[in-house]
Design a binder for this molecule. Sequence first.
Ligand code: HEC
Ligand code: HEC
Length: 674
Amino acid sequence: MNPLLRHLLFFGLFAVLPALGAADYQRDIKPILRDRCSSCHGPLKQKADLRLDAGSLIPRESHAEILTRIVSDDEEERMPPEGARLSPEQVSLLRDWLASGAPFPPEEPVAKSPRQHWSFLPITPHPAVPESPHPHPVDAFLFGTGAAPRRAPDGSLLRRVHLDLIGLPPTVEEQRRFEEIPDLAAAIDNLLTRPEYGERWARHWLDVVRYADSNGYERDAEKPFVWRYRDYVIESLNRDKPYDRFILEQIAGDELSDASVETHVATGFLRLGHWDDEPADPQTDRYDQLDDIVSTTGQAFLGLTIGCARCHDHKFEPLTTRDYYSLVAIFEPLERPRKGRTELPLPIEGTEVYAWREPSAKAPPSTILIRGSVTRRGDPVQPAIPAILTERQPSFPAPGEKSTLRRLGLARWIADESNPLTARVIVNRVWQQHFGEGLVTTANDFGLMGAPPARPALLDWLAHWFMHEAHWSLKDLHRLLLTSQAWQAEKKEGAPIRYRRLEAEAIRDSMLAVSGQLNPKRFGPAFRPPIPLAAIEANTDRTSVWKPAAEPETSRRSIYAYIKRGLVIPMFETLDLADTVSSCPQRQVTTVAPQALTLFNGDFANEQATHFAERLRREAGSAPEAQIRLAWRIALNRNSSPNELDRMKSFLTEQSLEQLCRVILNLNEFVYPE
Ligand code: HEC
Ligand code: HEC
């Protein structure tokens, strides 16, 4: 036999043998059963009295029948009865697994009745902090009687806290002051009073509420005055508006007894979705708009994927189409101010506001749409909240003079202290931004399909504390989390904090801060930075689609950059900007080659490197050693090591200072907070 062939056969066999019968339950089997079977054979529904959502529930007698059903060619028999049939690979995995006795891990949890799902149950009323030598409650929960991890060095903590709270590295002057008085708690307090805090944290919220400056679709027209909503979020955070009030304003700011221009602006939240100004089917489009509002409200405030119940009862959650259309009924009185294809802002006291309006206090009738179809109206529905979340429906207020007050009813229920989801969801979002990963890793999904909380007692303690001790103050929550030893732990394997690359905006803003170009101008209409020609070449109206501004306007913070749905700024896109169409619970962190090109060869990065070099010459003089020392301080917020100093000095004998700056802006250390 040909030796090569023999080799192949030999290794081939070995490669195949272990795979036989080695279908792994968690990895291979459970996902199939979950995605294709558990909607009818799971905690919600048990067709033929059969549950397949946990190994211990699958009766031995059914093994043969399962196999028969999944391979059957009889449409009446085949499982699953809907959708594509299982692939040959899936069938063979299931066959192997069943043949080997259908093993499963003994500790696999079995979902209780949906009503007992943890996040639908009330928040533990007075959760106790565990006995622990650690005075900080977060540490007591995380470390118990064990030791806390080692604290990171002061210098890196200062950098970390700056990037985390304001999205900019500390200046040399701030580093000096901190070295004199290394009081981290004071530094945290100080950063929380700075306007840059709102500019940093508003961006997190804008991700959750699908913010963009344009409508998307063919024409992708600008949303007039939508930036007022962005500014509203920044100011609300800076003024530490209590989160329950923040909810009321965004959902029902026009219906509040103390409604103002500001609270009207807040309802821009409802109008941020993408919008087709020339839909093929205006009726369906209308329900797409309402769906955008209902789905986003569900995910953003409640961590519920209610949008899945638009066409059929939710397949995995205890949410019905009736629940869905009862929520639709709450928003159905809204109308989008427009003149044909052109959107109109709403004048409120002579200020132009980007919001919907209710033309009358009399609500139109609402019904279920069977299978989501506008031509198939079902039962009438009244405003209500999903039945699973309450024993008793909250009372919706009677219609007011100008509007139905339905949204006010919903907003009050969401912002109520007895709501089991609201506080848990927001506390988890804040935790996620500080610790890199949420206690619940699916920040927009607290339902049955969401991840269970890693630390349920801690999450409940935080949620309770946030409402009752901090009175919904986000700044108090930041202060609490950041003063824990857990958050201040040294960066290493197994630390309670996960390090993620900075977001596109923070990278860009940090570059501007380091180069000395950052323009602190706040608020107002968005600016358009220059973008590569290649990005617009394919566009039909490439002469008008993107008119970039000039410096210093383009050196403003990234939160003020124009987000056009159909033409996302390439640098942001490359660095994983949030999806602009639906709520984004957490930025992805991909690692792809274009990122290196953007950061190393992109015009923006090179311009900032040039500015940075000029700044170093200006501030450090012409001696290479002084330039290097200062560069390290400004960009990396630490002293250069003797080794780094030597290497950079020799680098500068062959290369320009601009090149050195370019290298620094591309160091891993620059884009990862220590
Ligand atoms: C859309 C709903 C639905 C899905 C999804 C579904 N089933 Fe079923 N299943 C049913 C219904 C309804 C019955 C009872 C009617 C029948 O026997 O055909 C049933 C019956 C069965 C039975 C027969 C039980 C008995 O004792 O007679 C088996 C086995 C089964 N399903 C396995 C599966 C498997 C495995 C999957 C996923 C690969 C699956 N089913 C997905 C609806 C579903
Ligand atoms: C625009 C309408 C619509 C929406 C919204 C929708 N579905 Fe469906 N879905 C359907 C239709 C139609 C079917 C096929 C027939 C049926 O089950 O009603 C289906 C079937 C399914 C099935 C069974 C198919 C299979 O392969 O076994 C699952 C599971 C499912 N949907 C999950 C979801 C989830 C999760 C969401 C939300 C992310 C969702 N659906 C949102 C229309 C929709």
